[in-house]
Design a binder for this molecule. Structure first.
Ligand code: BGC
Length: 431
């Protein structure tokens, strides 16, 4: 064996509703695409047609041995008009969840993943002072209908990436460029998460589920921020500043209710503990020499130019355990890479899982991003992250070399010498 998987580590994949379902015209990303703003001209209205092909997808996951699955639901489908909740759509998700459970795949449900219904978006979305309440009434309906068959939840995915891209840099819908909007949304999302955490626990207790049976948290996008020159005080200061603004303050606010700028306290936010596990979405390291993102010279990169840096996940897991308690399990709620030709993804998976398995950390779940190639937001269909190839024209799914490796790792509890020779050895990173 090249390595044996860490004891108890469960493997599966992660997706998001807007990125895979197709068919919904009524969300912020479908409109953004209609306005011709997606770089390659594609639209999430096509995506992977998962809304119709979910059974085929779950079957394939089961065939690949996946044990866990993180997925989202489309708010604009469930509540296309404010207050009008669609029972047929909730029944659809219920059927899919029941099916994955039958297949032995444990669901982790994400309630919000960058997707707003148009009516919500047009009220100011997450900058609206009622946004937390509005989101909670949606969440409540979902839990009422699905809460008895879902034990594990992510309330909100990556508030930092969402608020930064949508409200500060203005490169995602609704294309706002305002520090004020960014700060407001951070606070509203914090309030929404905290109240949603409480809501899910209360509702599930009402369904006779014990507190330990219910796991709720959020998934933040965490990076390593490294000064370009470690002896340069300006680089060091910028790295700390970027880290604080992008991830430290919002993570702390969501997890404990402690508000430090850019999160501003409002009356709905009280101090407490609002997580049952530590969720980390990890992709890369930023190398900083000013108030801007940067990539180290001469490093291995993926097809979007992001540095491939596996140690970062282990370092972040260690830091978060120290900060929020080593008694809490860590779920890698996303990790993966953009590799359009599957030239190095097998090596990426091998290196990352080896490191997780051979170092000291509390990682218990690994959700690979992603299952099939899917709609990668502003990059559209051009950026491929799947272990399963998607032909968008025919919707044919084909397991990639990396997917065969992943299935083999799950089956054998690690990487055998044969699997290494067959799937990993022929692959290489590029610069
Ligand atoms: C997001 C995913 C996205 C992935 C790759 C994460 O920031 O949660 O929706 O597809 O990164 O860019």
């Amino acid at each position: 064996m090249k390595f044996i998987l860490k004891r108890g580590l469960l493997l599966g994949s992660a997706t998001a509703a807007t990125q895979i379902e197709g068919g919904d015209e009524n969300n912020n990303w479908a409109r953004f695409a209609r306005e011709g703003k997606v770089d390659d001209g594609t639209s999430p209205v096509r995506a992977c047609d998962h809304y119709n092909r979910w059974r085929e997808d779950i079957d394939l996951m089961a065939e690949m041995g996946m044990q866990i699955y993180r997925f989202g639901i489309e708010w604009s489908r469930i509540e296309p008009v404010r207050g009008d909740f669609r029972p047929d759509v909730l029944a659809h998700y219920r059927e899919e969840i029941e099916y994955m459970r039958e297949k032995g795949i444990k669901p982790l449900l994400t309630l919000h993943h960058f997707n707003n219904p148009l009516w919500f978006e047009d009220m100011g979305g997450w900058t609206n002072k009622e946004s937390a309440e509005i989101f909670l009434s949606f969440a409540e309906r979902v839990i009422d209908r699905l809460g008895d068959i879902v034990d594990e939840y992510i309330t909100i995915n990556e508030p930092n990436v969402y608020c930064l891209n949508s409200l500060f840099y203005g490169i995602w819908p609704p294309e706002k460029k305002s520090l004020f909007a960014f700060v407001r949304a951070f606070s509203n999302m914090t309030e929404a998460h905290i109240k949603c955490y409480q809501l899910i626990h209360n509702k599930r207790a009402g369904m006779g589920k014990s507190r330990e049976e219910t796991l709720v948290s959020f998934a933040n996008h965490l990076r390593v921020f490294a000064p370009k020159d470690i002896f340069n005080p300006w680089h060091k200061l910028c790295a700390r500043f970027m880290e604080h603004m992008f991830q430290t303050a919002i993570t702390d606010a969501m997890m404990t209710g402690k508000c430090v700028f850019p999160v501003i306290r409002h009356k709905g936010i009280e101090r407490g503990r609002y997580y049952d596990f530590i969720g980390i979405n990890y992709y890369s390291r930023s190398t900083v020499s000013g108030i801007a993102d940067g990539v180290r010279d001469d490093c291995e990169r993926n097809d979007l130019g992001w540095e491939i840096y596996h140690d970062g996940l282990i370092d972040l897991a260690g830091l978060l355990s120290m900060e929020y308690g080593s008694e809490f399990p860590i779920f890698v709620t996303e990790n993966g890479t953009c590799d359009n030709t599957d030239a190095f993804r097998a090596r990426f998976i091998y290196d990352q899982l080896k490191l997780i398995s051979e170092t000291d950390n509390r990682i218990e779940r690994y959700y690979h991003w992603s299952f099939t190639d899917n709609f990668e937001w502003r990059e559209g269909e051009a950026a491929r992250f799947g272990v399963v190839h998607l032909d968008y024209e025919t919707q044919k799914r084909t397991v990639k070399n990396s997917g065969r490796l992943y299935a083999d790792i799950i089956k054998n509890g690690g990487v055998t010498d044969e699997a290494y020779e067959k799937y990993v050895a022929p692959t290489e990173y590029h610069k």
